[in-house]
Design a protein around this ligand. Sequence first.
Ligand SMILES: [Zn+2]
Length: 123
Amino acid sequence: MPEVRKNPVIAAVFSFLVWGLGEMYAAVTNLKIAVGMVLFVGWMVYLFIAPFFIKNILFVVAILLVVGVPLAFDAFRDAKAYNMQIKLKEIERKRVGNICPACGAKLEGNPRFCPQCGKKLVW
Ligand SMILES: [Zn+2]
C-alpha cells in the first residue's frame, strides 16, 4: 500500500480554524499528535469560557484568528515534514533495492512489515 501524503494547505486551514486539528491530521510524530489534542481541548475550552469574560464577540473571534495563524504555519510544516519522512523512506527503499533493512529478505510490493522478520518497514 503506497503511503498517503498529507496536504500542507489542508493542515494549515485545519489548525487555523480549529486549534490542533492540523497537527492531528499531519500526525508527524506521536508528540505532535498529543500537542494537537491539547490544543484542540484548549480551543474548545476557550470557545466555552471566552464569551463569559469577553463581551465583544468580535474580540473573541479576533483572538481565535490570531492564535490560529501561527498554528496554521506549524501544521503546514508538520505536513511537509511528514511527506519528507515518506520521501526519504522511498529513496532509501530504492537505494537498497527493496530488501528488508533488518534481515535482508527480498520484499514484494510495498509491505508495511517484513514477512520474514516482522520488522516495521513503513512509518
Ligand atoms: Zn526482515
